[in-house]
Design a protein around this ligand. Structure first.
Ligand code: GDP
Length: 483
């Protein structure tokens, strides 16, 4: 029955959206990616560039002068926080600090006045929806019972390197009797230790795809509620919970999590998206080695799976599926010399291709790009002995340390970031030992965080932010809607 209600709600929503879109063409652009992937920086740079005259030669409607104006309008969804654009720009440009990252969903409305290729004046509304990628990975839970999810999560936590991280939680779990009386304190402790384990996995970059429930790491406004206070128990995947037991309590909360967290998110936000960009911190994964790269691949497959499941189970095929373009973007490409940008793209393309083999995403165009929404570095050739090394120049953030030196946030340094291999296979088959293996890389600055760039002010004009291939991303995501 709840499925029928869900379907009716979805259909009503779709009709409303459809009606509005008829008179007022709108693209709902989802921006997602795991924590620290670069969502906040991406959205801030995109809006700044479009509203303040950024340089976008590959974004055709903009470069050809057909876009007359882009402006912000009040955020239309009353229940969703507005993306804090003005503050983020101030932090980025005036303070030269990175803005605070995404921890919840937020939204912003951008309106573009443009001229069609046939000369007619038109307006396109773009609703940008920023949400944590962790939430997306919750979708598979809808198809799983508490017992199935418990068994799978436990099996995984007993494997290889995860087992060590799970030890404190496992110890507590061993002290619990699933069929014993329900117990709030036991649930609280179990949830806390389980969350600590998930966080440790994320921080160590293991199996990012396999970390639901997403809100445990990114609670948004749900922190501390019973719907987020449960954990797996060691119970049979096909077992039945006795009334009044700890098991029954956990199961009830798991079902609440699906009802109050997962379903509303998919109905109210995810199912309404038209276009999606998935940001990936691929460089961090490369540096962590082949293991992390396979995790990245699994994460991409998991994300693509979500789009596929979203299509087939969220019914109402009359209006859905809606997402017809998905762009995977490797962020922070300014940490590499431009010679490696195409290679970075090739690696991502290879990882996504493997994922698409498994998860058929019929009807959606998929592309990949390596970009830096805000380019914090410049390029230079540094001579070391007989070698001429293609290097990058940037100002490490204050307090960053390398080789015993602590940076003050004012000094610019040249670093040789290393090269990615020509053949992406090397990364996947373990032949590549991380960027750190690059020869002559004595001063290892690869993990340095650079400050945002110093942008020159030209009179009263707001300066534009440098970027790498942000315009290519725009062209793929909305270029066709501005013809
Ligand atoms: P979110 O969690 O996805 O919102 O991630 P953020 O947008 O807050 O980015 C996380 C961090 O990554 C920032 O604080 C920056 O240090 C870094 N970062 C993000 N985008 C860029 C970029 O384009 N260039 C550089 N150099 N660093 C970036």
């Amino acid at each position: 029955f709840s499925d029928i209600v869900e379907e009716a709600r979805l259909s009503a929503r779709a009709l409303l959206d459809y009606g509005e879109g008829f008179f007022n063409p709108t693209v709902r652009l989802g921006v997602t990616g795991l924590s620290r992937a670069g969502k906040t920086v991406f959205i801030t740079a995109l809006i700044h560039g479009l509203t303040r005259g950024g340089r976008f030669p590959v974004f055709e409607p903009y470069a050809s002068g057909r876009i007359a104006r882009a402006r912000l309008e009040p955020q239309p969804d009353d229940a969703v926080p507005r993306f804090d654009y003005e503050n983020h720009v101030r932090t980025l440009i005036e303070e030269r600090r990175w803005p605070s990252s995404t921890v919840d969903i937020s939204e912003l409305r951008l309106v573009i006045d443009y001229q069609r290729q046939n000369g007619a004046d038109r307006t396109l509304t773009i609703d940008i929806v920023d949400y944590p990628g962790e939430w997306l990975l919750d979708l598979p839970l809808l198809a799983k019972s508490y017992e199935q999810w418990s068994a799978e999560s436990l099996a995984l936590s007993r494997e290889g390197p995860r087992a060590k991280l799970a030890a404190p939680w496992h110890a507590h779990l061993a002290s619990l009797a699933a069929e014993g009386r329900e117990n709030e304190q036991a649930a609280l402790t179990a949830a806390k230790l389980f969350t600590d384990y998930l966080r440790a996995c994320r921080d160590e970059r293991f199996a990012m795809s396999l970390l639901p429930p997403g809100r445990f790491l990114m609670p948004g406004n749900m922190a501390g509620t019973p719907a987020l206070t449960f954990a797996p128990l060691d119970v049979a995947a096909d077992g039945t919970a006795p009334d009044g037991s700890l098991w029954a309590m956990m199961k009830r909360r798991y079902e609440s999590y699906k009802d109050v967290v997962v379903r509303p998110f998919f109905r109210d936000h995810f199912a309404r998206l038209d276009r999606q960009i998935v940001l990936v911190d691929a460089l961090a994964a490369f540096n962590a080695g082949p293991e992390a790269l396979h995790d990245l691949e699994a994460a991409l497959a998991g994300i693509l799976d979500c789009f596929r499941i979203g299509r087939s189970t969220l019914l109402s095929n009359l209006f859905r599926p809606r997402i017809d373009r998905i762009l995977f973007a490797a962020t922070k490409a300014d940490h590499l010399h431009h010679q490696s940008h195409d290679r970075l793209e090739a690696v991502l393309r290879r990882a996504v291709a493997k994922a698409t083999d498994r998860a058929e995403v019929a009807g959606a165009a998929i592309d990949v790009v390596a970009l830096a929404a805000v380019r914090a570095t410049r390029e230079a050739v540094v001579t070391r002995g007989r070698d001429k090394l293609p290097s990058i120049l940037g100002t490490p953030a204050p307090g960053e340390v390398a080789n015993g030196e602590t940076f003050d946030g004012e000094t610019e340094v040249a670093t040789f970031p290393g090269d990615l291999p020509d053949n992406p296979e090397e990364l996947f088959n373990g032949g590549f030992r991380g960027l750190s293996s690059a020869p002559s890389d004595k001063a290892d600055f690869r993990f340095l965080r650079f400050r945002p760039p110093l942008v020159a002010r030209d009179g009263a004009e707001e300066p534009s932010l440098p970027h790498i291939r942000l315009d290519r991303a725009l062209q793929f995501l909305i270029g066709d809607r501005l013809q």
